[in-house]
Design a protein around this ligand. Sequence first.
Ligand SMILES: Nc1ncnc2c1ncn2[C@@H]1O[C@H](COP(=O)(O)OP(=O)(O)OP(=O)(O)O)[C@@H](O)[C@H]1O
Length: 230
Amino acid sequence: MLKVQDLHKHYGGSHILRGLSFDLKPGEITVVMGRNGVGKTTLLKSLMGVVPVTSGSITLAGEAIDKLKTHQRVRAGLGYVPQGREIFGRLTVLENLQMGLASQPAGTPLRDELFQLFPVLAQMRHRRGGDLSGGQQQQLAIARALAPGPKVLLLDEPTEGIQPNVIQDIGRVIKHLAHDKGLCVVLVEQYYDFCEALADQYLLMQRGEIVMRGRGADMKADSVRERLAI
Ligand SMILES: Nc1ncnc2c1ncn2[C@@H]1O[C@H](COP(=O)(O)OP(=O)(O)OP(=O)(O)O)[C@@H](O)[C@H]1O
């Protein structure tokens, strides 16, 4: 579904992504782990076209997308939940969700499914984004990314700064989206237990490279937690 080959990214003279390659399947959750600064956020921004890459190819369902602009990648089927959520604090919940449809033809309606996934957003639909709790804002950011009906969902640290009960709700939704709805989910995370609970597949990064990969069920046997601490 999402295939990346030999992806390189520099920021000025710093070589941040060093030849990443992977091929992700629909219906699977792939967690991308690694310590601060290894390039996880840069990887997601590169996939979305938020930053230009140096070289490498990115294909989505067989179509090259690396020359497309970000909004065109959204139209092609990528959904992105950025680190820190980046919701619009002065807009209402409903207006934030409608922003998620900006790449779609005018008049495209919001699907009820978004409110079924996150009932709290239905209750709060007329509240300003800035008045929501961190967990509610995270749910809003995920729902906004889902609004155009993506095939691939990229999530950057969705548990950051969120209380445990909301983390569980978000975990359930992510599993449902992948395992019942067939989305290809890429989850960048620092919270190991959340990764282990959700991963069908894992990628472990160090200094811009994937140094280990395997099935989620093998994360314990592969000592991934210990490797993250090194
Ligand atoms: N716009 C930028 N200009 C220059 N260097 C950058 C820029 N953005 C990130 N970097 C550097 O690239 C490296 C990778 O950063 P990145 O944010 O991708 O890491 P990360 O693994 O997501 O870390 P974190 O878990 O802290 O978010 C870091 O050394 C960072 O300082």
